[in-house]
Design a protein around this ligand. Structure first.
Ligand code: NAD
Ligand code: IPM
Ligand code: MN
Length: 355
């Protein structure tokens, strides 16, 4: 029996709906496997915790999390607490402390869900975004000057370290070479951002020599956003900075048919620290509490966790069960159906067990 200790952080809003649903699916998958067991510990660190304690997580939270094999997170952030406080008080420190410098975000159209793209190739979309997840545009360096005057100015510094860019690009090249179709698209903006982006491009171009069999292309991120809509089936691996990767993956999620579908994994490739699995979407305050959030993003994220621990066969079975569910009537409102979160998760479990 292989056992894993999982820290479960539902977080805010619909995180409290989709996480329990996905945990049920994960347990069903483990049971089907027979030799796999997850032990969960739930942590209710979120905006409500902040309002009560003045911080998003306890002081020793990162030490506590370090004792786990895996972290399964819903979403963080809710009206009533400014986003920069909730995110910099929980999500971002976890990603950084555990050096989860790769945010892996697959974009794939599944049978049963219509992409909003009318192209006949939309059904063939299957690529993955490697998002730099530890630095870049997300920094706490900067500030405001001349406050309260007509000259008030806000400054936000981006920082791209050689080590940070190198390890992300290398991960993307290796992924393209070893387990994909050997095509890499790197997002850039070196025409407008004249320090960090040329640095990124230079490193990308020099790394191309190490991976001659990977067909590599650099594209300005604005043009690439259009490419996501016009020729997404041409993409295989896309690599981008923290902010570019963030924006492109919500676009990727929309192209898949709903932001509620898109999975993600914050990975520490060296496996020195726990990796964290959380979908692309947020806490969706507009639909929270109604039990109608699409659980597929969180369930597919659980599939990524299975792949990560080497249970690819079970992961593939779970994706098949997801696809079977999507081909049925049991769909949440974002997919045009009337099912609840629970009903959809239950249908995935039933399909998982159907031989
Ligand atoms: P969001 O992803 O929460 O919502 C955007 C839209 O997508 C909303 O209309 C929402 O109803 C819909 N949506 C999202 N997930 C869905 C699902 N599973 N099923 C059906 N519909 C779904 O983005 P937002 O509104 O920009 O952010 C809300 C809060 O979440 C903010 O505080 C934000 O900072 C936070 N956030 C957190 C994370 C994270 O923790 N990983 C990610 C994104 C946003
Ligand atoms: C995501 C989210 C976060 C990010 C926010 C909430 C800080 O949008 O995980 O995609 O930008 O990383
Ligand atoms: Mn995002």
């Amino acid at each position: 029996m292989k056992g894993y200790q999982v820290a479960v952080l539902p977080g805010d809003g619909i995180g409290n709906e989709v996480v329990p649903a996905a945990v049920r699916v994960l347990n069903a998958a483990a049971e089907l496997h027979g030799g796999l067991k997850f032990d969960y510990q739930n942590f209710s660190w979120n905006c409500a915790y902040y309002l009560e304690h003045g911080r998003m997580m306890p002081e020793d939270a990162l030490d506590t999390l370090s004792t786990f094999d895996l972290i399964f997170l819903g979403a963080v952030g809710y009206p009533g607490v400014p986003d920069h406080i909730s995110l910099w008080g929980m999500l971002i420190p976890i990603r950084r402390h555990f050096q989860q410098y790769v945010n892996l975000r697959p974009v794939k159209t599944l049978r049963g869900v219509k992409s909003p793209l009318s192209s006949e190739h939309a059904k063939d979309i299957d690529f993955v975004v490697v998002r730099e997840n530890s630095e870049g545009e997300y920094s706490n360096m900067g500030g405001r000057i001349h406050e309260g005057t007509p000259f008030e100015t806000a400054v936000q510094l981006s920082y791209f370290s050689k080590m940070g860019v190198d390890r992300t690009l290398r991960y993307a090249f290796q992924l393209a070479q070893s387990s994909r179709r050997k095509r890499l698209m790197a997002a850039t903006k070196s025409n407008g951002i004249i320090h960090t982006m040329p640095f990124w491009d230079e490193m990308c171009k020099s790394m191309m020599n190490d991976y001659p069999d990977v067909e590599t292309r650099l594209m300005h991120v604005d043009a690439l956003a259009a490419y996501f809509v016009l020729h997404p089936e041409e993409l295989d691996v896309v690599v981008g900075s923290n902010l570019f990767g963030d924006i492109l993956t919500d676009l990727g999620a929309a192209v898949m048919g709903s932001i509620g579908m898109a999975p993600a994994a914050n990975i520490n490739p060296e496996r020195k620290y726990p990796s964290m699995f959380e979908p692309v979407h947020g806490s969706a305050p507009d639909i929270a509490g109604q039990g109608i959030a699409n659980p597929i993003g969180q369930i597919w994220t659980a599939k990524m966790m299975l792949d990560f621990i080497g249970e690819e066969e079970l992961g593939a079975q779970l994706l098949t069960a997801i696809e079977q569910t999507l081909q049925s009537e049991i769909k949440t409102p974002d997919l045009g159906g009337r099912a609840t979160t629970e009903e959809m998760a239950h249908a995935v479990i039933q399909n998982l067990y159907r031989k």
